[in-house]
Design a binder for this molecule. Structure first.
Ligand SMILES: C[S@@+](CC[C@H](N)C(=O)[O-])C[C@H]1O[C@@H](n2cnc3c(N)ncnc32)[C@H](O)[C@@H]1O
Length: 288
């Protein structure tokens, strides 16, 4: 409903014909609306923000996101537009509460389906290693919706790990979700070799560079990898197939035996540009 408001305002200001073809969207994170507009329409931020505030009583703050996420910590470039001047809020997802600070640590509500999908794959007493945990959403939802034993949850951003620690307490999963500050490669090499039934890699930019680390974290009996990648695909190309080919060639170069079990488009991130998830089974060394 609130999405329609943005279109209505664009059509009112720019005229129906022009307005209809313009792109405007927002994420609702807790009580913060994060507005996204093409650069040439950013001057309409205040007007669109006012319309959002009026249309949805849950919204207390409107921020404008300029460009995509960037840097090692995958942060948004945010500009305050309206309402309470803050970037912190509490977001609810799948019965869990997440304290987030959008200026300090990555968070996207657009991964919510994927987070529950992974939780439902986990079998009792599994150990999960999450190489790029952010504020802990995948790990905490997994702990709440499965009988996993431990979710070792690594992130390089100290603010993300601080928020993850608070989120672990908020959701009462202390002792099952274990927050670890550091580079995923160093942490695995130092203390998590051979312990995981399942490894999560929710950072497309490092997925292939850290593939050997993910495999090292798995038990000698093998296990599952969940990979995320971005891919460009034209109309006649299949994004899932493209990522499967890319992952296969990397896995072959690491000389592991594997089976790709499943692939799905998580979301579209731009014109002909997709985020794809792959579930891969890594076999024990003596099995094909
Ligand atoms: C896309 S976000 C993770 C999203 C998170 N899984 C979620 O559901 O919100 C990627 C995270 O990886 C972290 N990161 C980047 N490089 C890293 C590294 N070398 N080791 C561990 N974490 C890293 C970033 O700080 C960021 O929080």
């Amino acid at each position: 409903m609130t999405k329609k408001i943005l279109r209505k305002v664009l059509e009112e200001v720019l005229g129906t014909e022009v307005g209809r073809h313009q792109y405007a969207s927002f994420d609702l994170i807790g009580d913060i609306a994060v507005l996204r507009l093409p650069g040439e329409l950013e001057y309409l931020g205040l007007l669109l923000g006012e319309a959002l505030l009026k249309a949805n009583r849950r919204i207390s703050t409107v921020l404008l996101q300029k460009g995509g996420v960037s840097g090692t910590f995958r942060l948004r470039n945010l500009q305050w537009i309206l309402g309470e001047k803050r970037t912190e809020t509490i977001h609810k997802e799948h019965g869990c509460l997440f304290k987030v600070d959008l200026a300090k640590a990555y968070f996207s509500p657009r991964l919510q389906h994927e987070r529950l999908r992974i939780a439902h794959l986990i079998k009792p007493l599994e150990n999960l290693v999450n190489l790029f945990s952010g504020v802990g959403c995948f790990s905490i939802i997994a702990a709440k919706h499965s009988l996993l034993r431990s979710a070792f949850s690594i992130d390089l951003n100290p603010d993300a790990v601080k928020l993850m620690e608070e989120n672990i307490r908020l959701n009462k999963v202390e002792g099952r979700v274990i927050p670890i500050l550091g580079d995923a490669k160093d942490v695995v090499e130092h203390s998590l070799v051979g312990i995981a039934d399942r490894v999560l890699m929710p950072l497309p930019e490092l997925v292939y560079e850290y593939l050997d680390t993910a495999i090292k974290a798995l038990k000698p009996s093998g296990g599952f990898l969940h990979l995320y990648d971005f891919v460009h695909a034209s109309r006649d190309e299949d994004p899932i197939k493209k990522v499967m080919e890319q992952a296969s060639s990397r896995l072959q170069s690491l000389k592991v035996k594997y089976r790709i079990l499943f692939g799905r488009i998580v979301r579209s991130v731009g014109p002909n540009w997709y985020q794809v998830a792959l579930d891969v089974r890594i076999m024990p060394l003596d099995e094909g």
